[in-house]
Design a protein around this ligand. Structure first.
Ligand code: 5AD
Ligand code: FES
Length: 342
């Protein structure tokens, strides 16, 4: 195991059998997590970056089979925030120590090129010391360019799975794997700090698919990688599938840290949802970012991607305080910083 980890860190290509061993082998996981933590500390010390997540719209034109806000879910409650509401969230976030705001939403045509551009400009002129991250799905390259010009710094677009065949089992036919990949490529070329990522334990995912994810990350070299367990949502086609496992998710986080030592890797809300200490365990397995919710409490419950999501009742200030305590108890420290990749 230690020899494989050394090779992973030097950027070696591993064989299928070697990857399979790292992902599912019967070795001591604690040792893997400790090694990942050691690497994380080399670059980032015990700093944990916080990102203020603002869920700007629960309308979505996509129909991903796993997601609770998919357009075919008639039971989903829909809302969208106005520019003014978004700016209020940022104001509150700034006071609480956030220096990155993440605007995330479904693929919602209401958020036109212009509307997003205006809100990005407004945030950047009011908070020039802050980074703005967008997570608004697949858009024409021209939109990405205009928003980048307006000051957006980063973009999160999980690839979801690097296997085309698997991608087609998770999405309707008109959502194209090639288009997803083209968007990621465009974001990177434009100059965004780009985030990719995947769910662990999504339906039809086996070790081969996870190997494809790791090889994709190794080639694409994203600055950010979001990894969380799949969690079923009751009103989706995948309602009856089991959630991804804690151990498998932590393993993928740790392997990602070792392969991409400088990456920004969140301990995701989904991880905190499948286990009461999930986010803390994520940090101890190599994650170095947490993304507390800054959305107004009145809409929190409506941004329901999966069942039993945590932190839907808490005010932003409570969430941040809670996370500061949790992060400190785990042996790390939340810092007031934009938290760019080193
Ligand atoms: N379980 C876990 N993660 C999910 N996402 C969407 N639906 C689910 C689910 N049921 C993730 C996707 C998406 C991100 C915003 O949330 O990976 O990219
Ligand atoms: Fe939200 Fe603990 S992080 S309540």
């Amino acid at each position: 195991m230690t020899e494989l980890i050394d090779r992973l860190q030097t950027g070696d290509t591993l064989s299928d059998g070697e990857w399979r061993f790292l992902i599912e082998g019967g070795y001591d996981r604690q040792q893997l997590f400790e090694k990942a933590d050691e690497v994380r500390r080399q670059y980032y010390g015990k700093d944990v970056y916080i990102r203020g997540l603002i869920e700007i719209s629960s309308f979505c034109n996509n129909d991903c089979y796993y997601c609770g806000i998919r357009k075919s879910n008639d039971k989903a409650e829909r809302y969208r925030l106005t520019e003014e509401e978004i700016l209020q969230c940022c104001g509150e976030g700034y006071r609480l120590g956030f220096r990155t705001f993440v605007l995330q939403g479904g693929e919602d045509a209401y958020y036109t090129t212009e509307r997003v551009k205006n809100v990005v400009s407004a945030i950047k002129s009011k908070y020039p010391d802050c980074a703005v991250t967008l997570s608004l799905g697949e858009r024409p390259r021209g939109d990405y360019e205009i928003w980048y010009q307006a000051g957006a710094d980063r973009y999160l677009l999980r690839h979801e799975t690097a296997s085309r065949v698997h991608y087609e089992k998770l999405h309707p036919p008109y959502q194209r794997f090639a288009e997803r990949m083209a968007c990621l490529q465009a974001l990177k070329e434009i100059g965004y700090q780009t985030g990719a990522g995947f769910m662990v334990g999504s339906p039809f995912q086996g070790t081969a698919e996870l190997i494809a994810d790791m090889r994709f990350l190794q080639a694409f070299l994203p600055q950010m990688v979001g990894i969380g367990p799949f969690i079923p949502h009751r009103d989706t086609p995948f309602a009856e599938y089991p959630a991804g496992s804690l151990e498998r998710t932590l393993t993928m986080v740790a392997l990602t840290r070792l392969m991409l030592p400088k990456a920004l890797i969140p301990a995701t809300t989904a991880l905190g949802t499948i286990h009461p200490q999930g986010r803390e365990l994520g940090l101890k397995a190599g994650a170095n970012v947490v993304m507390p919710n800054l959305s107004p409490v009145s809409v929190r419950g409506q941004y329901s991607l999966y069942d039993n999501k945590i932190c839907t009742g808490e005010e932003a200030a409570e969430c941040v305080e809670c996370l500061r305590r949790r992060v400190a108890a785990a042996g790390y420290e939340v810092v007031t910083d934009r938290g760019d990749a080193v």
